[in-house]
Design a binder for this molecule. Sequence first.
Ligand code: SAM
Length: 237
Amino acid sequence: MIYLGSKARIVGEILPIMLQSIHPGQAFVDAFCGGCNVVQHVPQEYKRIANDNNRYLIAMWKTITTTNWNPSTAISKAYYNNVRESWHKNDGKYSDAEIGWVGFMGSRNGRFFDGGFSGSTGGRDYINESVRNINKQIGQLQGVEWQTGSYDQIVIPPGSLIYCDPPYKGTTSYSTARNFDYDHFYDWARQLKRDGHIVYVSEYNMPGDFSCVWEKSIANSVNPTKTYTAVEKLWMV
Ligand SMILES: C[S@@+](CC[C@H](N)C(=O)[O-])C[C@H]1O[C@@H](n2cnc3c(N)ncnc32)[C@H](O)[C@@H]1O
């Protein structure tokens, strides 16, 4: 799914490294699953758990992967505005799954209403691109156990691998991630390790007791004429 902070471009490199640490039957827990661009590639022989604290996102994923739900693929600006207003007011007019669907399929860069209505411009139909993208994931996400809440509330089976892709420190891009407490997150990861789990983290920088096991410079385009390079890293506790 087109998603802010998607790991679609690096999953082919980081996932084989992580999967060396567990065997089929053990659980792969994607603690900040977002667009599910990582967990979708974990083979189904592993128990797969996906969590995110955006309840509309998880309602959308759960409904679209476990029922015959056929959400509208024609998202007009008026429909988008109605759903956004209802989400703001929390008036219960639309289901959480529908709010997630309209918010993620209809917003620029998969930014859940923060991005504003995408629609179609310059010969591109952005909503259609988003819908085609998510439709390709549905088959690969069969059997995933969905959880929603903060990462530190996830129910984790013994001896799991936990992949953490939190909002990058210094960014405030997710409506659900204002005031993210990084020290609490580091302590939670350390405790998981003491409890016998394996913990990987995608971040630019981490405290000294985490070791970087992979890194690569990736060019990101801000717009057609402006790109910046960031060093993506995978860490292990
Ligand atoms: C970088 S994105 C994950 C992208 C995902 N790995 C992908 O490739 O599509 C980070 C996610 O963390 C979620 N998030 C933020 N704070 C959280 C928290 N306290 N607990 C769980 N999820 C959280 C956001 O809603 C967002 O979906």
